[in-house]
Structure formats: structure tokens, C-alpha cells
Design a protein around this ligand. Structure first.
Ligand SMILES: Nc1ncnc2c1ncn2[C@@H]1O[C@H](COP(=O)(O)OP(=O)(O)OP(=O)(O)O)[C@@H](O)[C@H]1O
Ligand SMILES: [Mg+2]
Length: 242
């Protein structure tokens, strides 16, 4: 059972899950989240770091409203729309790049789509189909689709995983450019401490399953003004915890 957000919604993302369990194949309950609380101010980027299988995707699904079988409370910011990038790009194979981006956002204007395609270097691919795209391009389309709805909350589940290092770095820069054009409260799941240190305002380190927050690290200096050595130092600090 879970409680709904108050009318109008809170200004920040507030998660307070007492327990979330699923049924294993043999029917036995498996607890995935326990006493997991986090709060993220409007317009901030929070990164989640935690061991594989600890419950990060499960948490994002609960926050997205795709799974309401938990005991606790989640308050989503404002009444804004939700943008979500899943661990896999999940594009519709029979739709073009442009159609994949605009389908969930039918009212978006053409100039905004052009700008989005431009920032993500997708302009020349707008009439291509997902089967014609590399993984890096497909991940760009998934990001564009999430931004096209002009989200009030953005949930990113390892959006740059399994890309080579230079391409992941390029996509991180593109994501940073997108959020500086249009700030949005963002929760980013990543395995990469450097990625968290580069992009986040605050980093939540999760325990092994059942996941809870074992450390919350505010990141200074401000996003976009961190030097490579500052990012390395923050990442080393996180690695010492996790
Ligand atoms: N519907 C389900 N039925 C049974 N077990 C599940 C179900 N969904 C998730 N799990 C289990 O719950 C745990 C958490 O899964 P989840 O996908 O949330 O982890 P994660 O932290 O996102 O992992 P990764 O870093 O590998 O993406 C895993 O052990 C997974 O096997
Ligand atoms: Mg996951």
C-alpha cells in the first residue's frame, strides 16, 4: 500500500519507502528496498550509485508510477510530466527517430524538436529507423524522447552504459547542455562514480539489497565548474564508501 502525493505535488522529489518486495520464481517474497529515504530539491540532479542488483531500477519504477506495490510514500515534484530513459533504449522499431521522439509529446512545437535534435547531433538521422542506429545514437534518441515531453521530473537509468568512454563522455556533455537549457529535477542511476561526480549536485550511495541510502554526498563546486582533478577526487571519495 502507498500514499498519494498531496494535491499540487511537493516542490521536491521525496521518497520514503518502508519496504518493497517482489515474489521470486518459487513464490517466496524477496525484499528489494527497505527504509529507503531520499529527497531531491527542484531543479537538482541526484545520482544513485549502488551494487548491481541492489534495487536501483526497482526504485525508479516505483518513482515513475510503473510499480505501486510498495509500503511507503513517494512525492513527485509539481504536476509536471515525467521523462524516463530506461536501461535499454526501448525505441519503437517501426517508427522513425523523429516519430519516436514526438509520439509521447504530440503538442511539442517543431522548433523545439529541431533544437533537441541539434543538441544531440541527431538532425541527419531524423528519418532513420531504430534498426539503422548504433547504440550511441539509440541512446541519444531515448534522451531526446525524455526531454521532448518537457518533463518536471527526469529519471535516467544508466543512460550511457555499454558505450565506449569517449562516446559516454560526449553524451554526458550533451546531457549537461540539455539540463542547462532547461533545468529539470533529475535522478540518474549510474555505476560510474566519475559520471556521478561530473553530473550530480548530490550523490546517494545505496547498500546491497535490500537497498537503503548509506551515504548522501553533496557535490561542490557547482555543476559545469568542476575541474577534472576535482571530479577525480570526488569519485575517489565515493569509491571509498561503496
Ligand atoms: N519482478 C521481479 N521478480 C523477482 N525478482 C526481481 C523482480 N524485479 C527485480 N527483481 C530482483 O530484485 C533485485 C533488484 O533488481 P533491480 O533491477 O532493481 O536492480 P538494479 O540495482 O537496477 O541492478 P543493475 O545495477 O544490475 O541494473 C535483483 O536481485 C532482481 O533480480
Ligand atoms: Mg538496473
Amino acid at each position: 500500500m502507498n500514499d498519494a502525493s498531496p494535491a499540487g505535488g511537493p516542490a521536491r522529489l521525496e521518497v520514503d519507502i518502508r519496504s518493497k518486495s517482489v515474489s521470486a520464481a518459487n513464490g517466496a517474497p524477496v525484499e528489494i528496498l527497505r527504509d529507503l529515504s531520499l529527497s531531491l530539491r527542484e531543479g537538482r540532479i541526484g545520482a544513485i550509485l549502488g551494487p548491481s542488483g541492489c534495487g536501483k531500477t526497482t526504485l525508479l519504477k516505483c518513482i515513475a508510477g510503473l510499480d505501486d506495490g510498495y509500503d511507503g510514500r513517494i512525492g513527485r515534484p509539481g504536476l509536471g510530466r515525467l521523462g524516463m530513459v530506461f536501461q535499454e533504449p526501448r525505441l519503437l522499431p517501426w517508427r522513425t527517430v523523429e516519430q519516436n521522439i514526438t509520439l509521447p509529446a504530440p503538442n511539442v512545437n517543431a522548433a523545439d524538436i529541431d533544437a533537441l535534435l541539434n543538441v544531440l547531433h541527431l538532425t541527419e538521422h531524423r528519418t532513420h529507423y531504430p534498426g539503422e542506429l548504433s547504440l550511441g545514437l539509440a541512446r541519444r534518441v531515448a534522451l531526446a524522447r525524455a526531454f521532448a515531453v518537457e518533463p518536471g521530473l527526469l529519471l535516467l537509468d544508466e543512460p550511457f552504459v555499454s558505450l565506449d568512454a569517449p562516446l559516454a563522455a560526449e553524451l554526458r556533455r550533451e546531457l549537461a547542455a540539455l539540463v542547462s537549457r532547461r533545468p529539470v529535477t533529475t535522478l540518474l542511476v549510474t555505476h560510474d562514480a566519475s559520471e556521478a561526480a561530473e553530473l550530480a549536485d548530490v550523490i546517494f550511495v545505496f547498500s546491497p539489497r535490500p537497498a537503503r541510502v548509506i551515504a548522501q554526498i553533496p557535490v561542490e563546486p557547482p555543476r559545469g565548474k568542476r575541474t577534472a582533478s576535482e571530479i577525480t577526487a570526488i569519485a575517489a571519495r565515493i569509491a571509498a564508501i561503496s
